[in-house]
Design a protein around this ligand. Sequence first.
Ligand code: 2P0
Length: 349
Amino acid sequence: MAEKVYQCTVSAPVNIAVIKYWGKRDVGLNLPTNSSLSVTLSQDDLRTVTTASCSKSFEKDTLWLNGHVEDISTSKRLSVCVEELRSARQGLEKEDDSLDKISQLKLHVVSKNNFPTAAGLASSAAGYAAFTEAVARLYGLPWTPTQLSRIARQGSGSACRSLFGGYVAWEMGELHSGADSVAVQVEPVEHWPEMRVAIMVASAAKKGVSSTSGMQSTVASSTLFQKRVKNIVPERMQAMKQAIRKHDFETFAKLTMTDSNQFHACCLDTFPPIFYLNDTSRAIIRVVENINAAAGKTVAAYTFDAGPNAVVYFLEENSAYVLDTLYAVSRNAQGWEDSERNPTSVKID
Ligand code: 2P0
């Protein structure tokens, strides 16, 4: 007779930071040097779907990521997540004798993005969020998204923010254990439903310097970065939360653009320097400036992560104006990856 298979499927969204995470104070536990804040994109557009299963017939913990097989025990990040979740399940099984002893079974996890990994979008955030949630639900853990975020954070820092919709803060915390370095929802998406986002793909190539190694070079060598984490981000986090609570788009936009610029300035201040923006990225910064100048107020805000692709925030009321201008630019200018797809307008969630 075939062995019983226990199974659970979840999906998780992509998030785009408006106050950037860059730098770890503890590499082993993935504890950040500063808090960060992001907006969660709609799963209608971009998501990772993950199925976790376990059975007596499985021989080792295995992950299939977009069809590529990986032994979970050879990945420190994946093993840390699995160990914590499995030990929590063991705790439940000890308390309640009627529970099946599934913590003793090997896991199979199948994960797939509905967007190309090479699209330059943060796939690790949605990936580790979905991985953590799928295994936690398979194990029946009665945990809140904030409790799950502590686990997902150890897989990939930005993943902790993908466990919530809307506007999400990752509070850096103070404890050496990392117990208080978790994500919390600042506001749900319904709080500001007029917010829109467009993604412009300047290059689908894989980035040259990974975030994980790039941020530690910055911690080790940038003096600007030291000033950023001590003197600038704490106030910016408060100001950003206020702007979101008050639906103050102009302040939201200014903080978003200046924080993106400062993150890339810290990359340039790293030795040897890290260049994530390219000529196409810089052109889009000018286009957004022109959009705002022509409108006579700030109606669009750009932000760039560890790559050249642009994410532009705007409100529904300015949607036609902002998107038409971005379309016109991508059709007429050289450098866009695929002018037919640029920009892609994505909902938030
Ligand atoms: C962010 N980024 O806040 C920032 C902005 C990139 C630029 O989070 O080493 O992939 O796995 O914790 O989460 C990218 O960093 O790095 C990132 P790890 P992660 O979204």
